[in-house]
Design a binder for this molecule. Sequence first.
Ligand SMILES: [Zn+2]
Ligand SMILES: [Zn+2]
Length: 168
Amino acid sequence: MIIKISGLSDDVHDFVFEEKIEKLELKEPFFGNYVAKIELKKFHNQIILNSDIYTTAAFECDRCGADFKTNLQNKFQIAYLFGNYSEENNLENVVYLPSDTDKINLFTELRDYALLSIPMKKLCREDCKGLCYNCGKNLNEGACDCDKQQADPRWQPLIELKKKMNIN
Ligand SMILES: [Zn+2]
Ligand SMILES: [Zn+2]
């Protein structure tokens, strides 16, 4: 994830990195490789870098508890400015580089944006139906008969517990 910038022409350059996710010092829920597709525009005293990062991760569905794997994606833009700037120009996503900088290391950004791509709510699919509060059946696999039957009173404490535990 290191881009050599010394000697790069004022132009648009594309880079693709594919490495094991461990290279970003990330582990679960991530697995396999990450891919970073980078477009770097260099002109005058600046570089505008646009990056897409793709990862794969394994989660447990918040609603039905099923294990699932999914592709995650995120993007970020950074502007690199060469030369000396005052600290007042401390803008987000703007990095000031000494004019003799010869490479850019994207480790921190790729790692951060990969982590940010983890969804708050992990669902095996958007319309996951979850589990029946009553019988515990995974409703993605079909409806249960609970609507039709009177709930067995012996299950009542478990039903209440499930309701409490289900934060969705
Ligand atoms: Zn689910
Ligand atoms: Zn049921």
